[in-house]
Structures are given as structure tokens and as C-alpha cells.
Design a protein around this ligand. Structure first.
Ligand SMILES: [Zn+2]
Length: 233
């Protein structure tokens, strides 16, 4: 004799178990997935490296402007110091000073551009750092909560597995293997209720004889359409 109700109840437990298993897989995926923090860390490192690079360029542009300023100053000292009176020599110094001034003006434009880049990068780097800090502390909090969830799910699963083992002891092996085969083939839905003369697995109306058989039979009766085990409450 097969107790169809026991198979139906086993299915309830199996549904519970598969829900717990997917919740556990989900929480473990989240625990293992550090990609968000990693990405934020990579972004910070990239910005910090760019910032260092632009800092260096800015320092050398500044040094170059300073050096050219010194050149201009010394050219002007010669021009206006009164030590040179030869007009040709003065003219040559003027030409040189003007050239250096143009050069400096070019370097100053470059420096200005670098300073803008420097400030932007500094701001972005600081924001990326703050973002990383936030993500890390959020993750640490989440990891704590998820670890608690994981532990709870593991013990619930153990408990339900124990329940399942005890339930299967009372089910004839042939019936259990039919049930298990159908669970696989029908995606975790092996036992279907009969309601208003229809199989609730596939919604198809059952012949009256099959419905009758389901009510009185001690053996498994399967739906002729979806082959699920029929159960009348
Ligand atoms: Zn059916």
C-alpha cells in the first residue's frame, strides 16, 4: 500500500529543501563575490597613479617656468643694468629675452592645464577613496549578516534533511523511486492534487474512472497527460 499523502507531504519538504538550497547557494555567491570592492580598489589605484604622474609633470612644468623666469630676470638685468651700452649687444639680449618670454608663456599654459588636471584628479582620487571605504564597511556589515544567514540555512537544511530521511522510511522503495524520477522530470513537482476533476499539474480534466481510481486505489495513479502522481485530499 502506498500512502499518497505521505508522497505529497514529502514533496512539501522537498520544496522547502530546494528553497533552502537555492537561498544557501545565493548567500554563498554573495559571500564569495568581492568584485564590487575590487573594482572600486582598482579605480582608486588607477586614479592615484594618474595623480602621481600628473603631480610629477606639474612639478617639472613649474620648475621649467621658474628656470625661464630666472633667465628672463638675468636678461633684463643685463638690459637695464647699465653695464651694456652697445646697441647691437642690447638688441641681441632683447631678442633673447623675448624668445624666452614666449617660451615661458607656452610653459605657463601647459602648467595651467596640468594644474586643472591635478585638481580634478585629486578630487576624483579622494572620492574614489571615500567610495572604497564606504563599500568596504558596507561589505563587512553584509558579510556578517550573510554569515549568520548561511549558518541558519545550513542548520535548517540539516533539520529538513533529517525530516525527509524519516519520512522516506515509511514509503515503499518503488513508489519512492517513481516519485524521485518525476521530481527530476517535472522540475520538483511530482505529486499533483486533483481538484474539480482536473490534474493540478497540467490542468487537464481526468476521466471519471481515473479520478475514481485515485480515490480508492492503494497504488500510485498517474495523470495520463503529465504522468504526475495524482493525490486526492
Ligand atoms: Zn497532469
Amino acid at each position: 500500500m502506498v500512502d499518497i499523502k505521505a508522497l505529497y507531504e514529502l514533496q512539501l519538504v522537498d520544496t522547502e529543501i530546494s528553497g533552502l538550497e537555492s537561498a544557501l547557494a545565493d548567500v554563498r555567491t554573495r559571500l564569495a563575490d568581492e568584485s564590487e570592492v575590487k573594482r572600486a580598489g582598482e579605480r582608486l589605484r588607477r586614479l592615484a597613479a594618474q595623480f602621481e604622474e600628473v603631480s610629477g609633470e606639474r612639478r617639472s612644468a613649474q620648475a621649467s617656468v621658474d628656470q625661464l623666469t630666472e633667465k628672463i630676470d638675468s636678461a633684463e638685468k643685463r638690459l637695464y643694468g647699465g653695464t651694456i651700452s652697445n646697441p647691437r649687444e642690447l638688441g641681441a639680449y632683447e631678442v633673447e629675452r623675448d624668445m624666452v618670454q614666449r617660451q615661458r608663456s607656452g610653459e605657463e599654459d601647459k602648467l595651467l592645464e596640468l594644474m586643472v588636471q591635478f585638481e580634478d584628479l585629486q578630487e576624483n582620487r579622494d572620492k574614489a577613496g571615500a567610495n572604497l571605504d564606504t563599500l568596504e564597511s558596507e561589505r563587512a556589515k553584509n558579510v556578517k549578516a550573510w554569515t549568520v544567514d548561511e549558518g541558519r540555512l545550513v542548520s535548517e537544511l540539516e533539520a529538513q534533511s533529517g525530516v525527509r530521511s524519516r519520512m522516506t522510511l515509511d514509503i515503499p522503495p518503488a513508489a519512492l523511486s517513481t516519485y524521485e524520477m518525476l521530481m527530476k522530470a517535472r522540475d520538483g513537482f511530482a505529486v499533483a492534487m486533483v481538484e474539480r476533476g482536473a490534474c493540478q499539474g497540467c490542468r487537464i480534466s481526468l476521466p471519471t474512472s481515473v479520478e475514481q481510481q485515485t480515490r480508492i486505489s492503494d497504488a500510485i495513479v498517474q495523470c495520463s497527460s503529465c504522468h504526475r502522481i495524482l493525490y486526492v485530499d
